[in-house]
Design a protein around this ligand. Structure first.
Ligand SMILES: NC(=O)c1ccc[n+]([C@@H]2O[C@H](COP(=O)([O-])OP(=O)(O)OC[C@H]3O[C@@H](n4cnc5c(N)ncnc54)[C@H](O)[C@@H]3O)[C@@H](O)[C@H]2O)c1
Length: 253
C-alpha cells in the first residue's frame, strides 16, 4: 500500500475511542499496518472499521497497559501479528481530577499509574524490539497541563503526569539516538473526546476554553492524529526530543 507510512507497523494504544480511534483510521489510510488495543472490550469494533475502509489492523482488548503484564502482552501480540513494529504511539491514558484540598493520595497515585506507568511499561517492553528493528518513532501524548495550571479543573495529578512523560521523552530521545529511535510528545489543548464531552456540557465551559485560545474552535481528534502521523513518519526524521503543541494557540496567548 502506498502512503506516508507505507511499509510501517504502528502500535497505537487506546484505539477504542477519541484520538486513538481516529489515529488508527488515519495511519491505516497512509499505509501502516496497525496494532491497536484498549482496556475497553468493545474496542475491537475499530479494527473492523479500519478493515472495512481497506486498511490492515489487529487489536487486543481488553488489556490494561498500566501494568507491565499488559504492555508485554501487547508487544507479544504485535510481534506475532506482524513480526515487528516501527512506531509506538502512547495515546492511551486516564486522568483523575480534583482540586488541591480534595486531592487524596490514591487519586494522585492512580493518575500516575494510568498516565505515566502506562508509558513506561510499553516503552520498556517495546525498546529492545525497536533497537533490533534498527530504529523507530515513539510518539507520546502529553498535554498543555504539563506547562500551565488551571483554575477551572483540578489538574494537580494530571499536570504532574504529563510533565513526567514529557521529561521521559527527552531521555528516550537522547538514549534512542544511537539506535535511530526518535521520541517526541504532542501537547493537546482542549480536544473533543469521551474525556472532555461531559465538561463541554457544563454551561459556559466551551466558551471559557475557546476564550483562552487564538484559534476560536474546539480541537478535534483529527488535529492531534495528524500531528502524530507526521511525528510517526519519516517526514519528521530530524525531529527528536521535541514537543508539539496542538492547542489552538493556548500556550502562546
Ligand atoms: N481530550 C483532551 O482534551 C486532551 C487534552 C490533552 C491531552 N489528552 C490526552 O490525549 C490522549 C487521548 O485521550 P482522549 O481524549 O482521546 O481520551 P479517550 O478517553 O477518548 O481515549 C482514551 C482511550 O484509552 C483507553 N485507555 C485508558 N486507560 C487505559 C489502560 N490503562 N489500558 C488500555 N487502554 C486504556 C480508554 O479506554 C480510551 O479508549 C490521552 O493521553 C489524554 O491524556 C487529551
Amino acid at each position: 500500500m502506498a502512503g506516508r507510512l507505507a511499509g510501517k507497523v504502528a502500535i497505537i494504544t487506546g484505539t477504542g475511542s477519541g484520538m486513538g480511534r481516529v489515529a488508527a483510521l488515519m495511519f491505516a489510510r497512509e499505509g501502516a499496518r496497525i496494532v491497536g488495543c484498549d482496556v475497553n472490550p468493545a474496542a475491537g469494533a475499530v479494527a473492523d472499521e479500519v478493515r472495512a475502509a481497506g486498511g490492515d489492523m489487529v487489536s487486543l482488548q481488553p488489556v490494561d497497559l498500566s501494568v507491565a503484564a499488559g504492555a508485554e502482552a501487547l508487544v507479544a501480540f504485535a510481534l506475532k501479528a506482524f513480526g515487528g513494529f516501527d512506531i509506538v504511539y502512547n495515546n492511551a491514558a486516564m486522568a483523575y481530577f480534583a482540586f488541591v484540598h480534595e486531592m487524596d493520595f490514591e487519586t494522585f497515585a492512580r493518575t500516575q499509574r494510568e498516565e505515566v506507568d502506562i508509558v513506561f511499561h510499553l516503552c520498556r517492553a517495546a525498546w529492545p524490539h525497536l533497537v533490533a528493528r534498527g530504529g523507530g518513532s515513539i510518539v507520546t501524548t502529553a498535554s498543555t497541563a504539563a506547562k500551565k495550571g488551571s483554575l477551572g479543573q483540578g489538574m494537580l495529578a494530571h499536570s504532574a503526569a504529563k510533565a513526567a512523560v514529557t521529561a521521559m521523552t527527552r531521555q528516550y530521545a537522547v538514549e534512542g539516538g544511537a539506535h535511530a529511535i526518535r521520541a517526541n510528545t504532542i501537547s493537546p489543548g482542549m480536544i473533543r473526546s469521551a474525556q472532555t464531552e461531559p465538561l463541554m456540557l457544563q454551561p459556559g465551559w466551551t466558551e471559557r476554553a475557546i476564550g483562552r485560545q487564538v484559534i476560536k474552535r474546539i480541537g478535534e481528534p483529527e488535529d492531534v492524529a495528524a500531528t502524530a502521523l507526521f511525528l510517526a513518519s519519516d517526514e519528521s526524521s530530524f525531529i527528536t526530543g521535541s514537543d508539539i503543541a496542538v492547542d489552538g494557540g493556548t500556550m502562546a496567548n
